[in-house]
Ligand binder design. Structure first.
Ligand code: FES
Length: 140
């Protein structure tokens, strides 16, 4: 397990953690995916330092970007077109994009907007993104 994954923290109270039987699944070098406490929401964390200003970082379930310093947004990797995996970063007409592996739709990493189809719908945003210390916490 990486040190980043070992640094993952539960956002739940001890009581809700015990009730919800949260499970830790460390699956990336810099992030950890945590089952949320007693709800269907999942919480993932990544070190803010992994996300470049003006760029993005791809996690297990999320594409996390930092449009301006200290501002973070996250979008699901599940493509709205046909549930392909949005798993690459690139550029399209001067904008940084996330690219779906299945049919090649390209999405603006800062807004989630579709820039190139076949998808007609943008990426789904996370329910919340919060900075906690040196970590970015994504709930969705
Ligand atoms: S599933 Fe992503 S573009 Fe078709």
């Amino acid at each position: 397990m990486s040190s980043a994954a070992q640094d993952a923290q539960f956002s739940c109270s001890r009581r809700s953690f015990l009730k919800g039987a949260a499970v830790v699944t460390a699956t990336t070098a810099a992030g950890a995916l945590l089952a949320a406490c007693g709800s269907s929401d999942e919480v993932a964390q990544v070190a803010a330092a992994e996300i470049p200003v003006g760029g993005a970082y791809i996690m297990d379930r999320w594409i996390v970007s930092q449009p301006t310093e200290g501002q973070f947004v996250a979008f699901s990797r599940v493509c709205p077109h046909a549930q392909g995996d949005i798993n690459k970063l690139g550029e399209f007409e001067g904008k940084k994009v996330a690219i779906c592996a299945k049919h090649g739709s390209e999405f603006d990493i800062t807004t989630g907007e579709v820039l190139s189809g076949p998808s007609r719908v943008g990426m789904s945003g996370a329910k919340s993104v919060a900075v906690k210390g040196d970590q970015v916490e994504i709930t969705g």
